[in-house]
Each structure stands twice: as C-alpha cells, then as structure tokens.
Design a protein around this ligand. Structure first.
Ligand code: HGY
Ligand code: MN
Ligand code: MN
Ligand code: MN
Length: 419
C-alpha cells in the first residue's frame, strides 16, 4: 500500500471495485430470495443480520460504529481536526418485499469502499468521515418512506416514528427493540458538514443514453394517501345488484382514476396504487371494506397538488354515488428538493476528472438525501441499472458502473474535505 498521503490534491485514488462487488453479493444473502432478489424489510431479523455485518465490516476499516434511538447506524472515521462536523455518506440496507441487490445497498457499501480505501491508503482527512445506514428508508413496512432520515432532519418527531404501526399492527418501537438496535443517543443530535448518497437511478435514462454517472440535481415531489371505503358485506348469490354496497367495485373505479389523473397531468406525473386490502376477501361475499394506498409524484409540486385535488373530487363523488363511506387522508408530503450547487459541482468535477460519461438528472425515487438536503449541503450520484428496473427481484447493475459511482463518491468527499 502507498505511504500515508497528505490530504493536499485529491490525487488518483480509487476504490477496490472487486471487494465492493464481493460485499454486494455477500450481503445479498441476508434475506436473499429464490428469484435472486432480497426481502429484507426494516427491523426484521434479516435487517438485524445485515446491520451486524455492517458494524463488523466498518470496524475492520478503522471506524467506530454507533446507532441512535431509531437504529440509524453511524460508522465514523476520525479526522485530523476531529472537532469538525463530519462529511457524511449514506443510504439504506432495508428493501422492498420483492427488492433487488442494489437499491440503497450500493450507497452503503459504496461508502464502505470509500472508508476502506482511505484506511488502506492511510489517507488523512481534516473532517471526520461518517457512513450512515438509515432505518426504514423504503416505507414499505412503516409509512412513510425515509422516516428516520426525516426524524434526523427534524421533519418528524422521534415519537411519531416509534408509534408507527405496520399493517399487522406491530409498533415500530417494538420491532426496533426486537432486533436490539435501539440506541440511547437521540436521533439528530449531531451536526453534519455535507451529505452524499450513491444510488442506482431506478429509471431508464442513464442506460438509454450510455451514461455512467447521473449528477443528481434534486428529487421530485411526492405525496402518499390512504383510502378506506366502507359498504356492506353481503351474500354474492342472493343479494340483488341494486341492493349492494360493494366497496371493491368503487375502489376499482378510483384506482382507474389514479392512472387517468397521472396520464392527464403528464409527461412527468406518475400515480400508483401499490397496496390494497379487501375485506373479507372471500369469493362469495360482496366486499364490505377496502383499504388502498395512492402515491402521486411530479417534479413540480403544483402538478402534485392538482392531481390531489382532482383525485379528492372524483373519490368523494364515486363514494357518494355508491352510498359508501369514504375515509381519505394524505399521510405523507415530501415536496420537490433541489440539491446544493457546490455538492452538485463536486460530483460533476469528480465524474469529469475520472472520465466517466455523465449527465444531470432529477430523481424520480425518494431518497434519504431528500431530507438531508434540509439540514446540510447535499447531492447524489446515480449509476445505471438494467432496463431502469428497480423494486423488482430482477434489479441489476454492472460492477464497473457501481465502482465508478464509488470512485465519484470518494472524490466528491475528498474534494469537499479540502474546500
Ligand atoms: O418510494 C421511494 O421512492 C423510495 O424507494 N423509498
Ligand atoms: Mn432506495
Ligand atoms: Mn427503494
Ligand atoms: Mn434512499
């Protein structure tokens, strides 16, 4: 290994891409599925396993690892001026129920590759460097998404997070205690000098344009809603059609409306109904109750607002016509985010210096960086994924691209340290 390098010019320091790829394959076994994906919902035993692995891997490259009151994990490498606020990197290790090997994971393992490179080259930095694994980024088990980076950034309270319940009625607090990752330090108790997040694009643009790096300038606006429709359970055979209060038929009309509203507000708007529960869900009972979720997004918050107003009008009208009761609530509102120009410039310069084809891009997916941008200079680095596919067990990315992303992350962190 080269001797201790001063932190003067960034130099031509790069990560060990093979080790990074090995880490991706090794951690994929925690919650690995038969189809080659990962099911590692937040605060489950699989999540605990990968967290334990993360602690050991970071300690092996000279970091101390701690976790706060919501289980956010912090791997810290001291700086020569350790009183400075840390420059941070991060993402998430939890996945969707049918998640892939790369969403969130390459941001954490790419950060680990950066820490490993600094350790092995004995590279000093003025600032401490921290790598963060955020609890409950996906929002699949406990809504909303980015819950614990949101608490860290002051958007939600710690108690709001602890009180969240999943669809089986299990409390966040009990699940967190159950995996032994409830720390003492209050969430959000330490300042941060900057935050960079490496992530797959989860969309088709970079691959289609043969770009290696996405210079992420921001994140689109997104809102989540919960809808409960109540009619009356009834016999499927003996109840005349005119006497039914069928919650599922009206829900189907509302779900169709979600798609129509997104298409009418295009070209960027998207609308999704991802979760539905039909009760009693029996083949010969007219369904008396349906619960479903709505996800609206667009880079322009004004468009999201317009989609919300249109959906509320249609939903109330359909429920009234069908004689059903409607409960409709917005449960999450994450406005569009613009990242820090200096951090964006660092990512751009790093990609250019390393000779990677790159282009600016806005993120369609939500990320912990969206909340970190509220409290510290923040930006993101994207790399392509095959067919733009994500939140799917077939999600895949190229080792060279992941390595390129980690190299850009390393340079952006070192450049920021020298600013
Ligand atoms: O919903 C999202 O965009 C993120 O994957 N949590
Ligand atoms: Mn993600
Ligand atoms: Mn995701
Ligand atoms: Mn994220």
């Amino acid at each position: 290994m080269s001797t201790q390098q001063s932190s003067g010019a960034v130099g031509n320091i790069i990560v060990d891409g093979q080790k990074l790829w090995d880490d991706i394959l090794e951690t994929a076994k925690f919650g690995g599925t038969a189809k080659g994906g990962i099911k590692r919902l937040t605060l489950t035993q699989e999540d605990r396993q990968v967290r334990d692995w993360f602690t050991k891997a970071c300690e092996a490259v000279g970091c101390s690892v701690s976790y706060d009151s919501l289980g956010n994990q912090f791997a810290r490498r001291p700086g020569t001026d350790d009183a400075l606020a840390p420059i941070t990197m991060g993402s998430h290790l939890d996945t969707q129920p049918t998640g892939g090997k790369f969403d969130g994971i390459i941001g954490v393992l790419g950060g680990l590759a950066v820490l490993r490179t600094l350790h092995e080259t004995k590279r000093e930095t003025r600032h401490p460097i921290e790598l963060i694994n955020w609890t409950n980024e996906e929002g699949s088990r406990f809504a909303p998404a980015m819950l614990c980076s949101g608490v860290f950034a002051g958007v939600f309270t710690e108690q709001e997070a602890l009180d969240k319940k999943d669809r089986e009625g299990i409390r966040f607090e009990d699940a967190l205690n159950g995996i032994g990752y409830r720390g003492v330090a209050p969430c959000g108790d330490h300042p941060v000098a900057a935050y960079f997040e490496l992530h797959i694009e989860q969309g088709p643009i970079l691959e289609a344009e043969h770009q290696t790096i996405g210079i992420v300038t921001g994140v689109q606006g997104m809102r989540w809603y919960e809808v409960t429709l109540r009619g009356q359970d009834a016999h499927a055979g003996s109840t005349p059609m005119r006497m039914r209060a069928d919650a599922l038929v009206t829900a189907a009309r509302m779900i169709d409306a979600v798609q129509k509203i997104a298409l009418e507000n295009g070209p960027d708007a998207v609308g999704t109904v991802g979760l539905i529960e039909n009760t009693p869900n029996s083949r010969n009972v007219v369904p008396g109750e349906v619960f479903f979720t709505v996800d609206f997004r667009d880079p322009d918050d004004g468009v999201v607002q317009k989609m919300e107003e249109t959906f509320y009008r249609i939903a109330n009208d359909l429920a009234e016509k069908a004689g059903l009761t409607l409960e409709l609530a917005r449960v999450w509102d994450s406005p569009a985010v613009h990242f820090d120009v200096e951090c964006i410039a660092s990512v751009r310069r790093s990609a250019e210096t390393l000779g990677y084809p790159a282009r600016a891009i806005v993120s369609g997916a939500g990320h912990d960086a969206a909340y970190m941008a509220r409290i510290t200079p923040t930006s993101m680095i994207f790399v392509p994924c095959a067919g733009g596919l994500s939140h799917n067990e077939a999600e895949s990315a190229e080792s060279d691209d992941v390595t390129a992303g980690a190299n850009v992350l390393l340079r952006a962190v070192l450049e920021t340290d020298m600013r």
